[in-house]
Ligand binder design. Sequence first.
Ligand code: GLN
Length: 479
Amino acid sequence: MAIDLKSLTISKARISLERGDFTAVSLAEAYLSEIKKSDSSIHAYLEVFDDVLEQAKLADQKIKRGEKGALLGIPLAIKDNILIEGRRVGAASKILEGYVAPYDSTVTRKLKEAGAIFLGRTNMDEFAMGSSTENSAYGPSKNPFDKERVPGGSSGGSAASIAANFALAALGSDTGGSIRQPAAFCGLVGLKPTYGSVSRYGLIAMGSSLDVIGPLTKNIKDAEILYSVIKGKDKMDSTSIDLDDNLKIPAKMRVGDFSDFIDMVGKNGIDREVLSNYRQSLDKLSKLGYEIKKIKTDVTALTYSLPVYYVVMPAEVSANLSRFDGMRFGFYKDGGSNLLSDYKATRGAGFGKETRRRIILGTYVLSSGYYDAYYGRAVAIQGLIKETMAKIFEEVDLVATPTTPTAAFKFGAKVSNPVEMYLADIFTVTANMAGIPAVSLPSGFTEIDGKKLPLGFQLMSAHGKDQYLFKAGKDFLGE
Ligand code: GLN
């Protein structure tokens, strides 16, 4: 039986596998054949694993024995910053060349226990820094909707893999928008869970106080399925937490219209199509019985989310990436006379330009004499951002924004001006600064140069209230 990969979801595939419509092997073969046919022009994967069919055979045996597993036989793509024991992992950086994961991340351990099959590791911006995959040391991924355009980033390979039918679903990581922005650019659902609700153990760190692993999927139900497998407190990550599974969901949810915030950050950089799509999405929720409300709380502090992010995040990056010194992991370049010259040679050649830029920026804002002026102030404003969001969630249950100010942009469009690239995160970073959950939902298309490009609608909810997003997402997408 030919499998219709385009319309397949995790829940449908699970039913078909149980019923014997197709086997896990034939499902995996279908994906492998698509990858073989077309990934040379998309470059979603850095590596397709050579034991996919063996993994699938094992899944079929388990299905035959009547074993259960929420993801038994489900083929997934994994971002290249999440460790899978015994496999290469490298955060798309040259500095980790040849590095093999010595242990499983908590999320991959849980996925294995649930029966998932790993197809391969997906391309990304180096160390998850970027919005386009153009910072990958291995070349960018293309957007399957228009190959002249970026798939978003940093989890761009994960998003492209699903949109091109190279995987049923994928894992990404989100520090400032890296799950939601590529999801929006590729017409998918992308969930950034509450900070700490998914263990970071075995995630190659970017900004540890912001990083969170989450799913990219075709619909919200699949996101919920993946999330429920990977979530939970973990003794290997002291910042991890358990959330209340039996949260009461309000019968009529109130949604905050964020037009004031959009006005304050300036409409100029935001596409008209994006704004009208946003209004339409709010109307849709209103017709579904949601109460749309203007927010009364002063949102000024939130206009500092992006600048504050670009102080706090590089500070953490500079600390986290100090371990890559040529001595312990991957790549080493002989610098000549002494240890310091080895460090310089290794880090100079092993890290890409954007990574070096952020290490330097982060080291600067943490240095004595500047710490109080930059890092200290940024953390203080981060406190105000958290307080502002908490206040907003006394008024409303959800806050809505566009996910991105534009649809997918062309390769090279923002490479020469880093600040322009950073502005792609204007709507997504607030959720990371506040530690709250947020989801990007596919909300339609815009047409540019005769090509249809997807747009995303973002919903945020209060800390720990990820379930509100599932409920609203299902209503919005009609699932
Ligand atoms: N695009 C953002 C950045 O470059 C977000 C990255 C992320 O979430 N990992 O930092």
